[in-house]
Design a protein around this ligand. Structure first.
Ligand code: ZN
Ligand code: ZN
Length: 348
């Protein structure tokens, strides 16, 4: 059991609330929790009460992907993260009147002051880091960074185009800079996000609402980019990402806004291009999260600049600001001061 200090809001929470991603409702959502362990089961021997932890996706630990060190690709991930309860149908929480609520969202349901997680989706973090900032490491930030490092394997001196400069895309920009990419192009339609992308390591930005994106990328890198990261999941954007890749370029897709895409097959074949789907950055959260955190503490991965804090009773404002693009990464604080003030103000 973890006393949640703060929890990030991710577009997956919004998609589930809106019925765009299947997961049973009503439910307690939230899957970017960070806090301190307050109780642990007898079988948990390597995490102690008081330890600072980041919660992440739950995986089975037994399938070939888990055993092979890539739990982000776990064959059971869907059921374990979106099933609405434990695999046996039981729940870790209920409503005030004892009524059943779906939970175990990503094995945590951390839009709450307390969350019950599994040892497999708890990542112990260094104690000198600011815990209230760290929740988004467990999904959004890791998704962008891991796609760049694990799936694309971006090399020093290479070119990368990042489509969508939200929390995932900006994390991809920072990861590309850390990996030594020398041309990093961010594409978005929100000017404030493009400005932030330049501060976080993009060498060029393109306003997709105003410019011909493929022509603008080819004007920067005539032969096309070595790598593309799409964080939008939209057909028109993915098409552009593929068309702007060089021969044998590789694109990583990390979001699905539409169930199907139509791509230019001739361009794909003649260009010998590769497309890969990546969940949660690929690889293992237990390796990725401490790595990103060490870079942050060294001043080389300034993800704190994306964060805007909200109190628990401002959760709908956080959601609204996330959809409008006004807040890049909303984080809901559940620490004692904020919680007491909200309760005094009459929050349920
Ligand atoms: Zn997420
Ligand atoms: Zn598995």
């Amino acid at each position: 059991m973890v006393r949640i200090e703060a929890v990030g809001m991710c577009h997956t929470d919004i998609a589930v609330r809106d019925g765009e991603m299947p997961s049973p409702l009503p439910a307690v959502l939230g899957h970017e929790g960070a806090g301190r362990v307050v109780a642990a089961g007898a079988a948990v021997t390597d995490v102690a009460v008081g330890d600072p932890v980041v919660l992440t996706y739950l995986s089975c630990g037994q399938c070939r992907e888990c055993v092979g060190g890539a739990p982000a690709s776990c064959a059971q991930l869907g059921g374990l993260c979106f099933g609405g309860g434990r695999p046996d149908g039981s729940h870790a929480l209920c409503g005030h009147g004892g009524e059943m609520l779906h939970d175990r969202f990503f094995g945590q349901s951390s839009f709450a002051a307390y969350a019950v997680a599994n040892r497999r989706n708890i990542v112990k973090v260094r104690s000198d880091a600011p815990l209230r900032l760290l929740g988004p490491l467990g999904c959004g930030i890791m998704t962008g960074a891991g796609a760049v490092w694990n799936a694309l394997d971006v090399k020093p001196g290479s070119s990368v185009a990042v489509f969508g400069a939200g929390a995932v895309g900006l994390s991809g920009v920072m990861a590309a800079r850390v990996a030594g990419a020398t041309t990093i192009i961010a594409v978005d339609i929100v000017p404030s996000r493009l400005a932030l992308a330049l501060e976080m390591g993009a060498t060029h930005v393109i306003d997709g609402g105003k410019e011909d994106v493929v022509a603008a990328i080819r004007a920067i890198v005539a032969e096309g980019t070595d790598f593309a990261l799409d964080t939008t999941g939209r057909e028109a954007v993915v098409r552009n990402a593929m068309l702007a890749l060089r021969q044998r370029g590789v694109a990583a897709l990390v979001a699905a806004a539409q169930p199907e895409l139509r791509l230019d097959m001739f361009n794909l074949l003649a260009g010998c291009k590769t497309i890969c789907g990546v969940i949660e950055g690929g690889g293992a959260a237990h390796l990725l999260i401490p790595r990103i955190l060490d870079l942050y503490m060294a001043g080389r991965f300034p993800f704190d600049r994306m964060v805007r804090f909200y109190a628990p009773d401002q959760i709908n404002e956080a959601l609204r600001d996330s959809i409008s693009g006004d807040a890049v990464k909303p984080v809901i604080r559940f620490d004692d001061d904020v919680l007491e003030a909200a309760l005094r103000a009459g929050a349920p």
